[in-house]
Design a protein around this ligand. Structure first.
Ligand code: AMP
Length: 677
């Protein structure tokens, strides 16, 4: 490529970047995902590093934020409010550290650098100028040199102290931090704003501070601009002091040395990122020692002593090609958006759940729309917002089907007795084995892990056998024509033998698994356990309808009218009772095992991590419960024992050790039960 062409392309990217930047800072609009924005910035900076002739005064490598809006008085920051350089990989961190050591003319062995690692809250930064302990001015970052005077709005935030009387609070200081809105508070505002950051930015820049006051904004402090009379030597002490002076600080801040440890902390925080009540998009690392910070100074628009380690993208932008309706085992109709495949954080996403009919209506989601998709942890990707500007003029509202797309039955929305509202979910009214899609899902549930757990009989086999008309109802699984299967593609003598063996093995089934497998609405595993424990014998359950003795179940804690009605409806359905009768003849459903009231694990709590040898998680849990122990799901003071198997989660073990919780291997635990294997 020749020089002119490279320059032209580069300028085009800068123009585009500044367009998005203006939208983001001045209009609170994100036209592209944050990750794409970061990628554009990275490309511009990389190109500038590669070609010397690409200097441009509008480049993001020289500028911060965007010009302050005309709606507010403009005020100069005494010390500029800068941006941060970005890092994405461990290699970027190593380079960051290497550059610092080179600058200081030190070798790695000579200077062990310590970093203050602080989660990067995705909010709006603000500068608070205090004189003689009083809040005088509050500014936004603006373009870094000049900010907007938003003092009155900032004063409405409860986390911001207006008077500080601590003796060691400097006479003059500019405290800086992040204004944001908690995700739980955002829930109530999500009709008005696209995301928590927009909500915070929009509310903070209201013309009337009474409007800002209505929004529950929060503030976390993390740095300072100019100061007079402060006697603190490093960032971690400064953070502690901020807290003593009455500011909130991030509870996940940590002092860390070495880039390996930074990486470990990064992964640990990325893991819990979606559980936090505020959005973070990375971790900021700052050289802890103020003396070193001062020596390092700044480049054009960012300090040399800090870097933002960004998390891998969890959002992407794509176009909806179609809206599919999936039907679940309870007849629930779940809309799913089929989107043009988009890479989000290394995973190609082509489906995004739309939850239910109400969600589509609320967000006015239509086929053809350009949308932002979020993929957080293991959760199914979902659509966070629609870009209405990119909507085709001819687009039409999505009409939710009033008839089941599988069987043509009417679809209904039930009235919820507890919330006294109509359900958000629309369902196929057949709700039995009459609807093909529902029936397939019911059989998938029947063979699932906590139900019959038939080895080698997964969801794919259910679909395949259904298509081949080998199964139509759950009991057909026990009447399979194995000769026919043996001659089918992909099957052989041995695999069929294995399948037959696993199916026959499950003809003996526990009472609780059996009830759960029936897939009665509102009877999940816990309720199935409760019923089996109390009715004790399966016969009693089978006879419930005959004796019309459902009220007996009402005494059980956890079983209410909704559950009873659901069980009654189950028995009223002719196919269901046929299925039940057939299954009773084929299977041997065991009476429920009494849990020992005074078993060896009485009053003891357990948690499991890693894979146990020869025993499933579900079975281990049930063994603990049968012996009067109980299970808890996180490492806390309430935990007595952490049982570790193969490949346990390291963090759980470390936390347990820190809390002096006893750690057992499988053998030690079984010994407690007087079992040796
Ligand atoms: P950038 O958004 O790339 O310009 O990065 C700088 C911004 O990161 C600041 O203006 C703050 O809004 C934000 N930020 C969030 N948490 C911190 C923190 N602990 N230290 C410094 N900046 C932070």
């Amino acid at each position: 490529m020749n020089k002119d062409l490279i320059k032209k392309k580069h300028q085009k990217k800068i123009k585009l970047y500044n367009y998005y930047n203006k939208k983001y800072y001045n209009e609170n609009v994100s036209e592209i995902a944050d990750s794409e924005f970061d990628e554009l910035k990275k490309q511009i900076i990389d190109e500038e590093n590669k070609y010397n002739f690409l200097k441009n005064k509008n480049s993001p490598s020289l500028n911060v934020g965007f010009k302050p809006s005309k709606n507010f008085k403009k005020v100069f920051h005494k010390i500029p409010m800068l941006s941060l350089a970005n890092a994405f990989t461990h290699e970027d961190l190593l380079n960051f550290e290497k550059k610092i050591l080179n600058f200081l003319n030190k070798k790695k062995e000579e200077l062990k650098l310590k970093y203050s690692a602080e989660p990067k809250i995705d909010g709006i930064s603000a500068s608070l100028v205090y004189k003689n302990g009083k809040l005088i001015t509050g500014l936004s970052r603006g373009d870094g040199k000049e900010g907007e005077d938003i003092t009155e709005n900032l004063k409405t935030i409860k986390d911001i102290p207006q008077v500080i009387s601590a003796k060691d609070f400097p006479n003059e200081i500019d405290i800086r931090g992040e204004v944001f809105i908690q995700n739980s508070d955002f829930e109530k505002l999500k009709d008005k704003f696209a995301n928590p950051r927009n909500a915070a930015s929009g509310s903070l820049r209201q013309k009337n501070s009474e409007d800002t006051k209505k929004i529950p904004l929060k503030f976390i402090a993390y740095t300072f601009g100019f100061e007079k009379g402060m006697k603190i030597q490093n960032q971690s002490d400064f953070l502690k002091k901020l807290n003593e002076w009455g500011f909130k600080i991030n509870h996940l801040n940590k002092l860390i040395d070495g880039t390996e440890n930074l990486m470990e902390n990064y992964y640990a925080i990325e893991k819990i990122r979606t559980d936090l009540d505020f959005d973070i998009d990375g971790i900021v690392y700052k050289i802890n020692d103020f003396k070193i910070q001062n020596r390092l100074g700044f480049v054009a628009n960012a300090p040399r002593w800090a870097i933002a380690h960004k998390f891998s993208a969890n959002k992407g932008v794509s176009k909806i090609i179609d809206i599919d309706i999936q039907i679940g085992r309870t007849g629930a109709l779940t809309p799913v958006a089929k989107v043009n495949p988009v890479n989000i954080g290394g995973v190609v996403v082509s489906n995004a759940t739309l939850h239910n009919e109400d969600e589509i209506k609320r967000k006015d989601i239509r086929v053809g729309d350009t949308v932002e998709i979020e993929r957080a942890g293991d959760v199914i990707p979902h659509i966070t917002s629609v870009n209405f500007k990119k909507r085709d003029k001819k687009s039409i509202k999505f009409i939710f089907p009033l008839k089941c797309p599988s069987c043509g039955s009417k679809t209904i929305k039930e009235y919820n007795l507890i919330t006294k509202k109509e359900d958000a979910v629309r369902r196929c009214s057949s709700e039995g084995f009459e609807c093909e899609k529902v029936a397939i899902e019911k059989i998938k549930h029947f063979v699932s892990k906590e139900a019959f757990n038939i080895d080698g009989f997964g969801k794919k086999i259910v679909e395949k056998f259904w298509k081949l008309k080998l199964i139509k109802l759950p009991q057909d699984i026990f009447k399979l024509n194995y000769n026919k299967i043996e001659n089918m593609d992909g099957w052989g003598k041995q695999s069929v033998k294995n399948l037959e063996y696993s199916i026959n093995l499950r003809k003996n089934i526990s009472f609780e698994r059996f009830i759960y497998a029936l897939g009665i609405r509102h009877i999940g595993f816990e309720n199935a356990k409760l019923i089996s424990k109390n009715l004790k014998s399966p016969k009693k359950f089978f006879n419930l309808s005959k004796s019309n003795n459902f009220d007996e179940l009402l005494n059980l804690d956890g079983i209410g009218e909704t559950q009873i009605n659901s069980i009654k409806n189950f028995f009223l359905n002719k196919t269901n009772s046929d299925v039940l009768n057939d299954l009773i003849n084929i299977l041997s459903v065991k009476d429920s095992i009494e849990t020992k009231k005074n078993g060896p694990l009485k009053n003891k709590t357990f948690m499991l991590t890693g894979k146990l040898d020869g025993i499933s998680r579900a079975e281990a849990k049930s063994l603990i419960e049968q012996n009067s122990g109980s299970i808890i799901s996180n490492v806390s003071k309430k935990l007595d024992y952490l049982i570790i198997g193969e490949k346990p989660t390291k963090r759980k073990i470390e936390t347990a050790k820190e809390m002096n919780i006893k750690i057992l291997n499988q053998k030690e635990w079984l010994l407690m039960l007087n079992k040796t294997s």
